[in-house]
Design a protein. Structure first.
Length: 144
């Protein structure tokens, strides 16, 4: 293991924790109670065009009952809705409501604004290097 690895791991965890905390504060400022996991669930549902409940559970590595609890809270907030699959009435799909779509859009915009402010502390060359490094890491993670 290289000598800088412990520091790198520590920095990655610190950055991730800080970004989730920032996002949680933005979520609460938007007038909805919620967590980073709930926000990411909304994003997942939008990106995957009405996924099944089991897909949500699998994506977040949680049990189906835990996914049900997660979705129940978002349905209560009128951010998501359940839909029966027309091909299999036993299967339930999850969809964004119009309120959920607006909430997600506002949250993403606020988070992008925050990230832009953070990355403005880097010059253009440093931003390019960071993007290149993160792409390389991402590629390595997704192919292993």
């Amino acid at each position: 293991m290289e000598s800088g690895t412990p520091e790198l791991l520590s920095l990655l965890f610190t950055i991730g924790r800080s970004m989730r905390e920032s996002m949680r504060r933005n979520i609460q400022r938007n007038g909805k109670p919620g967590s980073f996991l709930q926000f990411e669930t909304l994003r997942y549902v939008k990106e995957h065009k009405q996924p099944y409940m089991r897909d949500v559970a699998a994506f977040f590595h949680i049990t189906p009952p835990a996914a049900t609890l997660l979705i129940d809270g978002l349905v209560r907030e009128k951010l998501l809705m359940r839909r029966f699959d027309p091909k299999d009435r036993r299967a339930i799909r999850i969809a964004l409501t119009p309120t959920g779509a607006r909430y997600l859009s506002k949250g993403i915009a606020a988070h992008q604004k925050r990230l832009a402010a953070l990355f403005n502390s880097l010059n253009a060359e440093e931003r390019s290097q960071l993007i290149r490094i993160l792409r390389k890491i991402s590629k390595t993670i997704t192919t292993s």
